[in-house]
Design a protein around this ligand. Structure first.
Ligand code: EPU
Length: 339
């Protein structure tokens, strides 16, 4: 295990912001994670865990140790007649996992095709797209508990998954370092086409409803709307879709008949934040080196030379205008470091 000093993180965050880590280490096992923990304790340093940096905003240099999990790899650890359980290293690239599973005939991840980032980061915000969330296929995970200094196993209930939420973003923030994730997938080739846009696109292209065709359509939809982070810096959706009570939603619908809203449980509705932002005139707006994506108003981008400061200032203006016009508060999705 080699601890590097004054390490540039520019390549390790998909916004491409320049920030340096006082110390940086890539680890490949729980034992190495524990060793890194001893290092930060000994030197009284903060610890920051980074996956592929696809959901973070590095707003400044990191005065502590940045730890990256480098353990990739997938093993089958259980199976029965209709399912298989996989144990996956936290450093495994997510989309490569999706492709591997499809090739093996393990189904359930197709709708989550092409999501950037690592497997270890997936539970943190309970990644979700096109009608599926990680929690739907999640079995358990193994993590180093930084309070107890030991490896623990957490099951689905322990992880407190919600929409773009989990224990790891909430009460357990900073406490766990996820080393392996276990998923249970189906061996029955059933496609999940409940999300309207997928069914529409399959129909339009005359494709059969198979896990493969769903993956293909999801990749195509994502490529058409979302900028490729290797070309234009971004972190996918910049804000969560806000959830408001139905009373507020009805009042908004009266005033704005085009409002895009989806029913949620227990008297709530989820609004399309992209629609709210577009209505405020932000879609495609560029300010200095940052801007709002032309195809998807929910995605903020760094055109190259932008800074986190510029981006956060733009985000603040967007939030204010949405709040003034619709009385809705947008919550940021990526995490800002240092926190
Ligand atoms: N819309 C607009 N203008 C825009 C963007 C969207 O009017 O500029 C409206 C349209 O009516 C559109 C609707 O919003 O039909 C929904 O848009 P889209 O299908 O693009 O989905 P989203 O709600 O904006 C969410 C996730 C995405 C995920 C897609 C597909 C969040 C915060 N984002 O976006 O996740 O890929 O659904 O399921 O929930 C991510 O988290 O980084 C991400 C990309």
């Amino acid at each position: 295990m080699q601890i590097l000093e004054n390490y540039s993180l520019r390549e390790l965050n998909t916004f491409g912001f320049e920030a340096a880590a006082r110390y940086f280490v890539e680890v490949h096992s729980a034992e190495e994670v524990l060793e890194a923990l001893r290092f930060v304790q000994h030197h009284d340093l903060p610890l920051l865990l980074l996956g592929e940096g696809s959901n973070v905003i590095l707003a400044d240099d990191i005065a502590g140790l940045v730890l990256k999990l480098g353990n990739a790899g997938i093993e089958v650890v259980g199976d029965d007649e209709h399912s298989v359980t996989l144990r996956i290293g936290a450093g495994q690239n997510w989309h490569q996992l999706v492709c591997w599973c499809l090739a093996q005939g393990y189904y359930g991840l197709e709708n989550l095709s092409l999501i950037p980032g690592s497997v270890g980061a997936a539970p943190v915000q309970n990644i979700g797209a096109y009608g599926v969330e990680l929690k739907d296929v999640f079995h358990s995970l193994e993590a180093v508990d930084c309070q107890k200094h030991e490896l623990v196993t957490l099951n689905r209930a322990d992880c407190l998954f919600g929409y773009r939420e989990s224990l790891f973003k909430g009460g357990g923030r900073g406490r766990y370092i996820i080393c392996h994730v276990n998923l249970t997938l189906s061996t029955v080739p059933e496609a999940n086409t409940q999300y309207g846009a997928i069914a529409d696109e399959l129909g339009r292209r005359g494709l059969e409803e198979t896990p493969q065709s769903v993956s293909e359509v999801v990749c195509q939809l994502r490529r058409s709307k979302l900028p490729d982070p290797t070309e234009i810096g971004n972190a996918g959706s910049f804000f969560k879709n806000p959830v408001i009570n139905n009373h507020h939603c009805e009042a908004l619908k009266q005033q704005f008949p085009g409002l895009v809203a989806y029913p949620e449980a227990q008297g709530f509705s989820k609004l399309a934040a992209g629609w709210l932002i577009e209505q405020c005139g932000w879609k495609g707006v560029r300010e200095a080196h940052v801007g709002v994506h032309e195809q998807q108003a929910l995605v903020l981008v760094n055109y190259g030379a932008g800074t986190a400061e510029e981006l956060l200032a733009l985000a603040a203006r967007i939030r204010t205008s949405v709040q003034e016009r619709f009385g809705v508060i947008l919550e940021m999705e990526p995490t800002i470091y240092p926190g």
